[in-house]
Design a protein around this ligand. Structure first.
Ligand SMILES: [Zn+2]
Length: 156
């Protein structure tokens, strides 16, 4: 198993989740900030305090992209999802007959001519075909950019 760098060429939308403070429950010693995965151990091996559940404040993204993916029924998928930027692209074939999606497969040499009509056609098709999904992204993220057309390098 390994990571592979891939290139996507086509329409996409950039969404920026905010960083928010969240409270999570930790099982362990609150004094030493040590997590315990054992239900048998009753006392902390560092300080002797009882092991229990305690609240911990953490910094997390305001939007979980996997939950968003379920909400949009996987119509779009997150090409890239770091803490501060999620990049969404079509998960289904773009219904743009005149200019079908550009694909780079395997190690074959390939050349694609990119013209302004191609960009305009694919971008308009994207906005229309995924209108429902794009509206959901607008609701989920506070900061969603206008759909764009370009080249995205991502790791899968
Ligand atoms: Zn302790």
């Amino acid at each position: 198993m390994g990571f592979e760098s891939k290139i996507y060429v086509g329409p996409y939308v950039v969404c920026k989740p905010q960083m928010v403070q969240k409270i999570i429950k930790i099982h362990g010693c609150s004094k030493c900030n040590i997590k315990s995965n054992s239900s048998i151990v009753k006392y902390c091996h560092e300080c002797g305090c009882p092991i229990d559940f305690y609240d911990k404040q953490i910094s997390a993204t305001s939007v979980n992209y996997q939950e968003v993916m379920e909400k949009i029924h996987e119509g779009l998928f997150a090409l890239s999802a770091t803490d501060d930027v999620h990049i969404w692209a079509p998960n289904f074939k773009l219904n743009c007959e005149e200019f079908p999606p550009i694909k780079f497969e395997g190690w074959k040499d390939c050349v694609h001519e990119i013209s302004q009509p191609l960009i305009t056609c694919q971008l308009n098709t994207f906005k229309k075909q995924f209108e429902v999904e794009l509206t959901i992204l607008d609701l989920e993220y506070e900061n969603t950019h206008e759909p764009a057309w370009g080249v995205v390098q991502y790791v899968s």
